[in-house]
Design a protein around this ligand. Structure first.
Ligand SMILES: [Zn+2]
Length: 465
């Protein structure tokens, strides 16, 4: 009977959705562990979760995401110490995010207008053909969430958390496409101009192949130069400078305390009295950031970073030109202008698309960092932000991170304005990592909708019926 069949299908779909939500809750739980343990330099796997006050180990029931916290009533079973509601909230948020993405991309009927807007083109190929991309996006968003929490708390981003999505993105894209090639499969629905779930250069894109190989070799060369001591890591003398700055501050304070009426000739004491804000307490991340932007050699350090990047950029250009030359002779073609003697195979196109996403996204942020730091004489944008967006690029290709970068600037300005209004003070530094993470989530989740809207507007304005 058709009604029983429909019921069965609905039940199966609901089970799948619940499964995805449960996985999301577990990932949220893992994120909590990372957020707590990574900044403290603790081991991620062992020891098992326990009460930070009395060391009582959690039972398996208390370890269940969200439900465990509710069972305990938000208090340790043994010492009654309060357990932060942040943990179940993070778990619930990640669970809802996983469920919502799965439902919108693969479950809900396409007939619902907004589902079609929010569903990326490639997701219409179905879960069986595109699950690696779902896994990549969920991994990326989870790591961004954990990173945002850590950055907001400590102003530092653990590099491992940024490398992980890059490795997952490149690895899964490569294995996904290699399995496809081996089985003769291909994605039938993709965004216009691409053959995959991410933007690619296409069959004539030999320039990208050479450029990505050259760029990666150049990055390795830059790291080798640092390893051999031929160029120095940027901001390598920061710790020494920080120590001196603090000692100076302490000396100034002692001098001030010793002579309550400072005479006019005592320049350093006068400067300190004006409150030049060298903060003595470095356990406060805000104070650390304040000291960080007072480092006077930011411009010089940017020249170091340019030296590091020189082999990467020049080898990328050289590689691109060489590959284009080797792929010839190029014959005229109606669609692309010129066509190479051999087309780039899909597997190479995808691997290179992920690599170029990594290089371009990282390069854009790094370029902005160098230009802004040279202009202001202070370190603008951290190297963590560079790693962050490079990882995003490896996962979703080169276009989204650039859009996310601009979105992040607007998000940052918006929140800073909000803070200035609410707290009536302006901070001189801004934690940009969380803004980048938010911008990325916004672009990855809402871009299909924006494209649809843009298409509608263009369609309406260009060919009116
Ligand atoms: Zn306890």
């Amino acid at each position: 009977m058709p009604s029983e069949y429909t019921l069965l299908i609905t039940l199966a779909e609901a089970t799948k959705l619940l499964f995805v939500i449960a996985i999301g809750a577990c990932v949220g739980s893992l994120m909590n562990v990372l957020v707590y343990r990574l900044p403290r330099g603790l081991d991620i796997v062992s020891p098992p979760s326990r009460c930070p006050i009395c060391d009582t180990r959690l039972t398996w029931r208390e370890n269940i995401p969200v439900i465990g916290w509710l069972l305990l009533g938000g208090k340790c079973r043994f010492c009654r110490a309060r357990i932060s509601p942040e943990y179940p909230i993070v778990e619930a948020c990640i669970a809802i995010l996983f469920g919502a993405i799965y439902a919108v991309w693969y479950m809900l009927p396409r007939g619902w207008g907004w589902v079609a807007w929010l569903r990326p083109e490639w997701a219409t190929n179905g879960l069986i053909l595109t699950w690696p991309m779902l896994l990549i996006v969920l991994t990326l968003l989870s790591c961004l969430a954990a990173m945002t929490l850590i950055d907001a708390k400590t102003r530092l981003i653990p590099l491992g958390l940024l490398w992980f999505p890059a490795i997952v993105g490149l690895g899964l894209h490569a294995s996904h496409v290699l399995v496809f090639e081996a089985r003769g499969l291909e994605l039938r629905h993709t965004a216009p101009g691409t053959r995959w779930t991410i933007p690619l250069a296409g069959p004539a894109g030999w320039w990208w192949v050479g450029a990505s190989i050259g760029g990666v070799i150049g990055l390795a060369a830059g790291n080798l130069l640092i390893g051999l001591g031929l160029i120095r890591r940027s901001f390598a003398d920061y710790d020494t400078w920080e120590k001196q700055a603090l000692e100076q501050e302490a000396a100034d304070r002692a001098e001030q305390a010793g002579s309550p009426i400072p005479d006019g000739e005592n320049r350093s004491g006068a400067v300190a009295a004006e409150g030049r804000a060298i903060p003595p307490d470095l356990s406060d991340p805000e104070a650390q950031a304040e000291l960080w932007i007072q480092y006077p050699h930011a411009r010089r350090e940017m020249v170091r970073e340019l030296a590091f990047l020189a082999p990467c950029v020049s080898l990328a250009i050289l590689g691109g030109k060489l590959a284009q030359h080797l792929a010839g002779p190029w014959s005229p073609d109606l669609m692309y202008g010129l066509e190479p003697a051999h087309a780039v195979p899909l597997w190479l196109d995808v691997i290179v698309g992920s690599l170029m996403g990594y290089l371009i996204a990282g390069g854009v942020v790094w370029g902005a960092r160098i230009l802004a730091s040279l202009a202001f004489g202070k370190e603008a944008l951290g190297l963590g932000d560079v790693h962050l967006m490079a990882g995003v690029g490896a996962c979703v290709g080169w276009i989204d991170p650039i859009l996310a970068f601009f979105a992040a600037a607007f998000i940052g300005v918006f929140f800073e304005a909000l803070r200035a209004i609410l707290a009536r003070r302006v901070r001189r530094t801004l934690a940009f990592g969380p803004c980048l993470a938010m911008g990325t989530a916004l672009v990855v989740l809402c871009k299909p909708g924006a494209e649809w809207l843009l298409g509608m507007i263009l369609h309406r304005t260009i060919n009116l019926p």
